[in-house]
Ligand binder design. Structure first.
Ligand SMILES: [Zn+2]
Length: 613
């Protein structure tokens, strides 16, 4: 069975042009469609056959008929587009699943009174919880609130009718707002030092305001008791549900650990893992500075527990990536992304602003003397680094360090990626290709939004705003662009991301865009073509994750991870690019999701052997 895919490939080649009856029947045949293959030529075929979870034929309807036997499930695509399953090369499924089960602010722009009302409603709905049980709130769009009403602080939460500790996570995950009770339980007061990779925002007297950035946010978050195994499984199941429906068949968990490893493994054993899980383990700058060898050995011991080895037809769990936060975020008011020249600050007034360079260059969490030995050690250990870098200085330092590792290990096939790369000095665009570094981009960030236009743009200054989200420029300089949703930092909405990748503007009808007043282009940076964004979410993401030998395109011998779309992405009018949906998701040849009432695709509508020769 192991070689059946290969055998089929040879058989097909040998008998091409013949009406062969000797071809072994396939398990599934899908025909009469627009099969968009993402092969070397982006060829479009009519039909595909799957046996043993692998693709055994891609071609025309006449050719596929010889794969139809008595037991073959035959699907008439009725002209629909079929393509490789989406590969999300940067997401946070644990947090995503969790956000679906928390007090959910749903990414909405809220004033302070609306924010208070929404959280009070969650408190009221869980009035049975004791006074010491944390209320956790998620998907808070802090930047939108800053634009509407200014930054809240602990007093905003202290005013609510409760004794419970509360913490609110910003949707970008870089900020936690806690009430006074929460800060007290976390032991945070004016004497608490800032961690190396974050800070407690303070008032003039040095008292924490309740806003905790990056490492400080994690300090407060870590006080909440961990979820039980059963709660964790519920959250991960919710994440997998969301992925199936969105057509995501492989994903990288970009901030993983033993907890997620255990949950995904449990679900794999019970047959519920419906997408391929690749876990990236976060490296701590302190631990890495003290002992890079021990830091990497710690990851290898996790890999020994959770990595299932070579990718197989049935979805499994892999652990062969490490994640590093090079900096914070370039978004106002955090201003923690590492820049080459300072953020601007308002030296005037609210009514007569005067944006002038200040002193803040953002935060760089991994200096070169820590990063170089760490990345070298990771590459030697067979771990691919995934570096979060939002600011141009963080991107440059990451590239410099990767250049060092390439020089130290010539011929080593490690596959580094830089995630986000929201601002990049133009001199660094060609270095992605030169150093073979994937740029993992959340394409949806290249749409206009209140937070970017009304505050982040002021802080970055017009010159940097004009070259934000430079995926087109990196692509034009020969670099590889892969898609990463960053869910739940953003809602999971791949078609919106692909649309923004093509037009660099949102969709006024999409609730994850920002309405007609923000419908224009973000800036004049180049966009990608439709074919290029599809490649970013399939083959290029597979390359980043070292899955491209078996996934990322529809070619004979590869695993049958594929999706059927409602509309043909290559043909719909531009304004409709985001208004598409996945009708069917297949992973390793198994149908894992099917939209109800999609004509022809429901199980009853499938004809077995309808085309048997
Ligand atoms: Zn992320």
């Amino acid at each position: 069975m192991k070689f059946s895919g290969l055998f089929m490939a040879v058989a097909t080649l040998a008998l091409v042009g013949c009406q062969t009856r000797s071809t072994a029947p396939a398990d599934m045949v899908m025909r009469n469609g627009q099969v968009y293959t993402v092969d070397g030529q982006d060829s479009v075929q009519q039909a595909i056959a799957v046996a043993g979870g692998k693709i055994v034929y891609v071609g025309n309807d006449a050719g596929v008929s010889s794969y139809v036997g008595q037991q073959t499930q035959v699907i008439d695509l009725a002209g629909r587009m079929l393509m490789p399953g989406f590969i999300d090369a940067h997401m946070h499924p644990g947090d995503g699943g969790r956000a679906l089960t928390l007090c959910d602010l749903k990414y909405q722009p809220l004033t302070r009174p609306m924010f208070q009302a929404a959280i009070q409603a969650c408190l009221d709905a869980s009035a049975d919880k004791g006074p010491d049980v944390w209320l956790e709130v998620g998907s808070w769009d802090r930047m939108a609130m800053v634009g509407l009403d200014g930054d809240p602080d602990k007093s905003t939460l202290d005013a609510l009718d409760t004794k419970r500790p509360i913490q609110v996570r910003s949707s970008d995950f870089h900020t936690v707002l806690s009430n006074s009770r929460g800060l007290a339980l976390a032991g945070v007061d004016r004497h608490t030092a800032n961690p190396a990779d974050g800070k407690f925002v303070r008032d003039k007297a040095g008292n924490p305001t309740g806003i905790c950035e990056d490492g400080a946010a994690n300090m407060v978050a870590s006080v909440v008791p961990p979820v039980t195994d059963a709660q964790k499984l519920k959250q991960i199941r919710a994440a997998l549900d969301a992925m199936r429906e969105q057509g995501i068949t492989s994903f990288m968990d970009a901030y993983s650990g033993a907890e997620n490893g255990k949950a995904f493994t449990t679900l794999q054993h019970s047959g519920e893992l419906t997408a391929r899980a690749l876990l990236a383990i976060r490296l701590d700058p302190h631990a890495a500075a003290a002992d890079p060898v021990k830091t990497i050995a710690g990851v290898k011991s996790l890999a020994a527990a959770y990595d299932q080895g070579e990718t197989k037809v049935t979805p499994g769990v892999s652990l062969r990536h490490v994640k590093l936060f090079m900096d914070g975020i370039i978004n106002a008011p955090a201003d923690t992304g590492a820049l080459l020249t300072p953020y601007l600050h308002n030296a005037g007034s609210d009514t007569a602003p005067e944006w002038t360079p200040g002193k803040n260059l953002g935060e760089l969490y991994f200096p070169r003397q820590v990063l170089d030995p760490l990345l070298l050690q990771a590459a030697r250990a067979g771990l691919d680094p995934h570096l979060h870098a939002t600011g141009e200085r963080a991107v440059r330092e990451a590239l410099n360090s990767l250049q060092y590792v390439r020089q130290q290990l010539p011929g080593n096939a490690f596959r580094p990626a830089i995630a986000h790369a929201e601002t990049v000095d133009p001199a660094d665009y060609p270095r992605f290709k030169a150093l073979d570094v994937t740029a993992t981009m959340s394409l949806q960030w290249a749409q206009q939004s209140p937070s970017v236009l009304d505050s982040t743009g002021d802080h970055l200054g017009p010159e940097r705003l004009e070259r934000m989200e430079p995926f087109g420029s990196i692509h034009n300089a020969g670099g590889r662009i892969a898609y990463g949703s960053d869910w739940p930092v953003d809602p999971l909405d791949p078609f919106l991301a692909l649309k923004v990748g093509v037009t660099r503007s949102g969709d006024p009808l999409n609730p994850h865009s920002f309405g007609p007043e923000y419908a224009g282009k973000l800036n004049a940076e180049p966009a990608l073509s439709r074919a290029e964004v599809i490649r970013a979410i399939t083959f290029n993401a597979a390359q980043q994750l070292n899955l491209d030998k078996v996934l990322g395109s529809l070619e004979v011998g590869k695993f049958a991870d594929l999706i059927v779309l409602d509309k043909n992405f290559m043909q719909v009018p531009e304004q409709e690019l985001a208004r598409n949906q996945v009708l069917m998701t297949v992973v390793g040849g198994q149908v894992v999701w099917r939209k109800e009432h999609a004509s022809g695709l429901d199980p009853k509508g499938l004809s077995r052997a309808a085309l048997a020769p």
